[in-house]
Design a protein around this ligand. Structure first.
Ligand code: CTP
Length: 412
């Protein structure tokens, strides 16, 4: 018996599963989607069923499962499933599936669904590194992206067997976050959201630098890095190639994002300058220490009886935002700074925007219980051309999307 997707007004998601060993990880993605209120119809390929059987997909999704167009023909599933979906996500997407999708082949239920879907489509590829890097696959990926699909970059790590390299399916939780974001944007844009950062390279710094005093101590700050990670995730979901320069956050790498791990302000500067060389936009969300200890003690600084506490002399760190704004790697690069202020928030923000020379400055008020480590944020985005965009209290993802909404029209 066939059944209808989209019961009870829940967002309708089609989870396409193609035949790779990572199919088992799609069970976790399915669980996350259903538990967060999505109505999920699983459409595996015949070869996917060699890895995970129809019974599992059916039990976890609450819908029947078929791979080909000849079941429940009276319901015309080969067009109905795609037409009624709010999102199609294919995880894992094999090299073969990407090729079929890029060329519009339609020899089973999933490929028919991809041809009839008019909603956003997300592919999460997983395959061996050689297959991913092959020019045929890369051209297929480029074709799909050009047409508006989000193709998540595979993760790097252990592959089937003893191989390691690029080609792993990203963490299901990360794929879920991208799906959630794509659905949310699509809903807010009333169906006209496009991956407007496709073909763009964006660089984001996140977290807080630590300036070592000795092997066990450092000067640090209270930045969690959540806003920077929200910027990275939303940019990836909007189709960008993303480099995230991360300082001391401890978070897992977001799906489809190249992450560079650093510790200090000097290391962060080096990594940002390197990545910014070919970037369309740079967003400095990291809290960079303005000062570092002038000397680093090779051994732990010990207290000594009868000796006063040592005095720590500080020296200035480079101002990375001011430097990349003054010496832009490309004349058309868009540069965004953040300003955390405790008093005279807007006046200080305007002054900082001028001093730093960036195009946009996200100004927010910080304090003991505000912003640091919180899931939500509230800010005003000031533009060098005089614009002022208030962002009401809400998820850090919403602020991140506003930043990208302001960056996109400024890109060449
Ligand atoms: N920033 C930077 N390099 C530094 C310090 C800050 O690139 N050495 C960047 C931050 O990433 C942020 C912006 O500058 O995007 C503003 O950071 P903030 O700490 O508010 O500015 P400060 O330069 O420290 O200004 P002030 O001393 O007035 O607080």
């Amino acid at each position: 018996m066939g059944d209808a997707v989209g019961t009870g007004g829940r967002p309708r998601v089609v989870l396409g599963v193609s035949g790779g060993i990572a199919a088992y990880k799609a069970c976790e993605l399915l669980r996350r989607l259903t538990e967060s209120g999505h109505d999920v119809k699983v459409v595996p390929t015949a070869s996917a069923l060699n890895f995970v059987g129809a019974v599992t997909w059916s039990a976890l999704s609450g819908h029947n499962v078929s791979t080909e167009v000849w079941s429940d023909v009276h319901e015309v599933p080969h067009v109905r499933i795609g037409q009624h979906a709010d999102l199609v996500v294919v995880a894992p997407a094999t090299a073969d599936m990407l090729a079929k999708a890029a060329h519009g082949l339609a020899d089973d239920l999933l490929t028919n669904t991809l041809l009839t879907a008019r909603c956003p489509v997300v592919f999460a590829p997983a395959m061996h590194t050689e297959m991913w890097e092959h020019p045929a696959t890369q051209e297929n990926v480029a074709t799909l992206r050009r047409r508006g699909a989000v193709v998540i970059e595979p993760a790097v790590g252990r592959l089937t067997g003893v191989d390691t390299g690029k080609g792993r399916l990203p963490d299901p939780g990360e794929i879920f976050e991208i799906c959630r974001h794509v659905l949310r944007r699509h809903r807010l844009a009333r169906g006209v959201s496009a991956p407007d950062l496709a073909g763009r390279h964006v660089v984001i710094s996140a977290g807080g630098t630590r300036e070592p005093l000795d092997p066990v101590r450092y000067l640090g700050n209270r930045s969690s890095g959540k806003q920077g990670y929200a910027l990275a995730r939303t940019a990836a979901a909007r189709g960008a190639r993303v480099t995230l320069v991360e300082a001391n956050t401890g978070f897992a790498d977001p799906a489809g994002v190249d992450v560079v791990h650093v510790g200090t302000a000097v290391q962060l500067r080096e990594a940002v300058l390197k990545a910014a060389a070919d970037a369309d936009a740079v967003v400095m969300a990291a809290a960079v220490a303005d000062f570092r200890p002038a000397t680093y003690a090779e051994g732990k600084i010990k207290k000594k009886d009868g000796v006063e506490a040592p005095v720590v002399t500080l020296v200035r760190n480079p101002d990375i935002l001011a430097e990349i704004s003054a010496e832009r790697a490309r004349a058309d690069q868009v540069i965004v700074g953040f300003a955390a202020e405790t008093d005279d928030v807007l006046a200080n923000g305007r002054d900082k925007l001028r001093r730093k020379g960036c195009d946009l400055l996200v100004v927010n008020e910080v304090g003991e219980r505000k912003t640091f480590g919180a899931e939500e944020n509230e800010a005003v985005v000031l533009a060098a051309d005089g614009g002022e965009t208030p962002v009401p209290h809400g998820p850090k993802e919403a602020l991140a999307d506003t930043v990208w909404d302001l960056v996109v029209p400024r890109l060449a």
